[in-house]
Ligand binder design. Structure first.
Ligand code: PMP
Length: 279
């Protein structure tokens, strides 16, 4: 894997060491990040991913010293280390360097890595229901794409891998369907696309918002509302959206085999057409 990281005004190759044992982020997880893709010469919604990482930093009480536009300029500079149509992952990060337990984070640092990462399989993945839930907004900074949320997603994923699935569906604190461990969730029933309405317990993904808009513009009915566990079990199609896998079909949910269905195909075609015009 080739990787380049921007830190303190220069680009370093490989995996430079940036945290020490005294760094606040290392022992208190005061780090936010975002992930955007560059592939086939396109960078869909890169501006929105750069804006979100700055917003996530503010949500955690960090002091982001860059504007979204400056983060985007650094990201585009990083793409210059690779060939034009390489499949890349762009990961900006802000973290607290100084500060103590119970106190506000003091010095904030920034780094941005660009590395080559093949596009995930277009075949999709299987999923089952996790016993772990998303945290409520009163107990965690759920409006930030923060590193501290991911060990919970990781243990949900591990739980379902142990049951033979690829990914996990997590419920919100009220027991309604929230999202996958690593992506947002859509289902299709009787020709209508349904996706959980963002309620502050899971990420309102940038790819999710884009797919909702594209489907509606194409005349497809999309409902954003409460989704129950029972509805998911009875869905005609289930698909996932996220910056990494883009739009992926769910091939099996619990005991039900599902194929890539027609509305998933439509969503993927619309997203791909959008992505290739978003240079
Ligand atoms: N939920 C979680 C937990 C995620 O990690 C991601 C990937 N960032 C998403 C949803 C999808 O968000 P986006 O489309 O903004 O990448």
């Amino acid at each position: 894997m080739a990787s380049w990281t921007y830190v303190d005004g220069e680009w370093l190759s490989g995996n430079p060491l940036l945290l020490g044992p005294m760094s606040h982020a290392m022992w208190q997880a005061s780090l936010v990040f975002d992930g955007a893709r560059a592939f086939e010469g396109t960078t869909p919604d890169l501006d929105r991913h750069c804006a979100r990482v700055v917003a996530s930093a503010r949500a955690l009480g960090l002091g982001p010293m860059l504007t979204p536009g400056e983060v985007e300029d650094i990201a585009r500079e990083g793409l210059g280390h690779f060939t034009k149509d390489a499949a890349l992952y762009i990961r900006p990060m802000f973290w607290a360097e100084g500060g103590f337990l119970g106190g506000a984070p003091e010095t904030t640092r920034f780094a941005l890595s660009v590395y080559d990462l093949p596009m995930p399989s277009a075949d999709g993945f299987s999923a089952g229901l996790s016993s772990y839930r998303r945290p409520s907004p009163e107990t965690a900074p759920t409006d930030a794409k923060a590193a501290c949320h991911y060990p919970n997603s990781g243990r949900a994923m591990a739980e379902l891998k142990a049951r033979g699935f690829d990914n996990a569906v997590l419920l919100d604190p009220l027991g309604h369907v929230a999202e996958f461990a690593s992506a947002n969730l859509f289902l299709v029933k009787d020709g209508v696309v349904v996706t959980p309405e963002p309620n502050g317990t899971f990420l309102n993904g940038i790819t999710r918002q884009r797919v909702v808009r594209l489907l509606r513009q194409a005349g497809v009915e999309v409902q954003e509302r409460v989704v129950t566990v029972q509805e998911l079990l009875a869905a005609d199609e289930i698909f996932a959206t996220g910056n990494l896998g883009k739009v992926q079909p769910i091939t099996r949910y619990e005991q039900r085999e599902l194929g890539p269905g027609p509305l998933f195909q439509r969503a993927r075609e619309l997203y791909w057409a959008f992505a290739h015009n978003a240079l």
